[in-house]
Design a binder for this molecule. Sequence first.
Ligand code: SDX
Length: 393
Amino acid sequence: QTGVITLDEGFVNTGSTRSSITFLNGEKGVLRYRGYPIEELAAKSDFIETAYLLIFGELPDAAQADEFRVGIREHTMLHEDMRTFYNGFPRDAHPMAILSSVVGALSTFYQDSMDLNDEKQVEISMYRLLAKLPTIAAYSYKKSMGQPFIYPNNELDYCENFLHMMFATPARDYMVDPDFAEALNLLFIVHADHEQNCSTSTVRMVGSSNANLFASISAGIGALWGPLHGGANEACVNMLETIAADGGNVKKYVDMAKDKENGFRLMGFGHRVYKNFDPRATIIKATCEKLLAKLQLDDPLFHVAQELQDVALKDEYFIERKLYPNVDFYSGVIYRALGIPVDMFTVLFAIGRLPGWLAHWKEMHDTPGKRINRPRQVYTGSTAREFVPINER
Ligand code: SDX
């Protein structure tokens, strides 16, 4: 049978896309990047090493890891002319709109790395995206704050550099708390890939037309922004704040989510593939508890989230539909603890997901005889009929 792929553990998947990057088993709550369990990578790896694993298929040795980090560091700055783009955005422009616009525009500044058949040029484009997304993101935050942009500091590691660009000002430097960098590093790892999700499928779709890599990633950013996808982390914290402001009455909102009429859903809950606990939610929740304890922070939203989870998981509606917290349910509480504004949460999801997008783009692009994606349809419209002049209609 075409398209039937028998994966290990007897899980048979009949999908149209074949990929060797990430394995999910939704019933068992299993997630592996290139065969490595997410729990191990979260505990023992760092984001840049995980990015290398996803893109090139193997964990790097020390020399490969160093070369990869240096390659990224070389490209952290944005072309000075691109800074003027930010003057054109309204002060309250959503940072996902800025991210997708500026990433798409990278193709106009870096024509020297656009030949998709030149492996070196593709690699430089990948370095440029990995290096510049944090810079573009931090600049959008500075724009919203009316503060000057802070240049990247290549003495800092990836997560530290991002936090420094976000929160340092010319008037006062920002010492990055190692606990903050560690929490961000873990969040980026668990967001790094998730097989054929909406935004990754978008990157593969756009990339299959031989559009340039910057355009493909910009399209993925647009898909991720939707509140049913990556935008759920922002929507979830807004929902938790509403519940907290409403006396923490979680039962009211669980009941609302069961009533189809009002179109309300528990953000951060449910998943197309996971019909068990999302293993990422388990990791993120534990990280959240550890960070809040370390910071001696008592965020009421974390208590609301825990209670919401407890009440929903005992409710027949959620049990029979196998709806569990997903990756977006607790991540926002950590971002809040780091001082990240809520409208930046999905931008951080995009920074984390970039290695997965690049890995899938590369896998698609390197497939011998690859063809443009052209899904077929089942036609349900009218059968053939004759044109009727307007005066006879
Ligand atoms: C991500 O694909 C990926 O891997 C995505 C992702 C990744 O890493 O790339 O994991 C990231 O996008 C996580 C999901 C983030 N989105 C949300 O948290 C938004 C809230 N969740 C839902 O909208 C929903 O659960 C989806 C979008 C995640 C999944 O939608 P599906 O698979 O299309 O499920 P469905 O809409 O068909 O729901 C099945 C049933 C329906 O009820 P019935 O019609 O059977 O009576 O479950 C209900 C839904 O109404 N339902 C919910 C619900 N999610 C599903 N009811 C209340 N609250 C919810 N959150």
